[in-house]
Design a protein around this ligand. Structure first.
Ligand code: ASP
Ligand code: MG
Length: 420
């Protein structure tokens, strides 16, 4: 059996959903579990809905709720011929929106993160109900699986950790290809011990596909994307970007860790452990090969560029001008965990410690305020973090020319710069 993963952009409107149907139909004899994200920008729209809910902005909340509703009903109207599947789909979606509405008009519990997961997870529930019914309507028999009933996590809302043994057992109990050849389930969502909905971190659907692949011992996992595979530069931005035919698991982990958008960083390890091949393929060109991620060792890769914009560089100095020692770092990392801030680069010197992370953390002012009690704190925002794997010195000179360099780090294979 295989795992297919379709992200938000691959199903972002009715014509894309039809294309999704075409792709699945090509594999009519295969046993496939399909993992899907929320449609288009629905997750962002639900994040905004959650914000209005937490801030108790009733008018905005209503408007945003109606916007999300209208968008989904619009898709249903366009997608189906008026038949039983259309009616059925609408009834199911009515129930889901009713449930969401109930939630939104219940007073806020005070737990922002828990409510975030409860609200934002609706995107995947809506999309998979529509996709499942759509497949049915074009003659692809399938079963809809509630990922929350099998993906078990801790209660670290917004970025929950998988409880692997339970998840593996539950997936194997729930999925039975003797009943149907296609399953459709949600990426990104799970549930904790008490049955509360959790999420696995933004863009976490790739990881879900990998969890199912691992648990079921799939023959392969395919991530269908709007690009032809993994490139050595962002192909949306650079016309000279080159597709990479094959990548090792290790190289892919490095790339995604450094911020390459192509695959969620947690996706690779479970597949590597069971030697399951991962294909990154274009949903526009299903006949082409895409990129295969499988090998263990790899040589002769071209230089690979990863760019992360809108980065903050924050540096702390002990107030008494002593050296930076373990207790300072312990405090810093405690606060980073407390404010759920993930770093993209670290740099140590005798009297300072610097960290780099995304600009848009809401908790940033609180972090700075707490740090200021114990450290001198300096920071810059709006910076770019560039990582080059397999660099050459000429390339580095080219990239940094005319730029202000805030940090430079080099190892044998990787060069990193924080630039403006
Ligand atoms: N829908 C979620 C997000 O946009 C998960 C995903 O797309 O992978 O972050
Ligand atoms: Mg998405």
């Amino acid at each position: 059996m295989k795992i297919f993963k379709f992200g938000g952009s691959s199903i972002h409107n009715t014509s894309h959903i039809r294309n999704f149907g075409e792709i699945v139909k090509r594999f009519s004899d295969d046993e496939i579990l399909i993992v899907a994200s929320a449609i288009d920008k629905t997750t962002n729209n639900l994040e905004l809905l959650h914000k209005y809910y937490v801030e108790n902005k009733e008018e905005l909340l209503k408007k945003q709720f109606d916007r999300i509703k209208k968008f989904h009903y619009g898709i249903i109207e366009n997608l189906f011929d008026k038949n039983d599947n259309h009616t059925d789909c609408k009834l199911k979606i009515d129930t889901v929106f009713f449930e969401l509405e109930q939630r939104l008009f219940t007073p806020f519990s005070g737990d922002e993160d828990k409510e975030y997961d409860a609200i934002v997870s609706f995107g995947e529930l809506l999309s998979t109900i529509i996709l499942s019914k759509y497949l049915q309507s074009i003659g692809v028999d399938n079963l809809w699986l509630d990922a929350r009933s099998v993906i078990k996590t801790d209660a670290n809302y917004r970025d929950a950790y998988i409880v692997w043994d339970k998840t593996e057992t539950l997936i194997n109990k729930a999925v039975d290809f003797g009943k149907t050849k296609k399953y459709l389930t949600q990426g990104f969502i799970g549930s904790d011990e008490n049955g509360n909905t959790t999420t696995l971190g933004r863009e976490g659907s790739d990881f879900t596909a990998s969890i199912f692949g691992y648990a079921l011992g799939a023959e392969s996992v395919t991530v269908w994307k709007d690009v032809d595979g993994v490139f050595n530069k962002d192909p949306h931005k650079y016309s000279d970007a080159k597709k990479i035919e094959e990548l090792s698991y290790h190289e892919t982990i490095e790339l995604s860790y450094y911020g390459a958008q192509v695959i969620h960083p947690k996706t690779i390890k479970p597949l590597q452990n069971k030697k399951i091949p991962l294909f990154v393929k274009s949903f526009y060109k299903p006949d082409e090969k895409g990129t295969l991620i499988y090998t263990e060792n790899q040589k002769n890769l071209p230089p690979i560029f990863i760019e992360k914009q809108n980065q903050t560089l924050l540096t702390i100095y002990p107030l008494d001008f002593s050296f930076i020692v373990e207790k300072h770092l312990e405090r810093l990392f405690f606060l980073l965990a407390k404010y759920k801030i993930k770093t993209s680069l670290l740099q140590h010197s005798a009297i300072s410690f610097s960290i780099v992370f995304n600009d848009n953390y809401k908790t940033f002012p609180d972090l700075v305020e707490e740090l200021k009690k114990e450290f001198k704190v300096l920071y810059n925002t709006g910076l770019t973090l560039v990582t080059i794997r397999h660099y050459t010195d000429e390339l580095l000179a080219e990239i940094t020319s005319g730029k202000e360099i805030f940090i430079e780090q080099k190892t044998r294979k990787t060069a990193r710069f924080v630039l403006k």
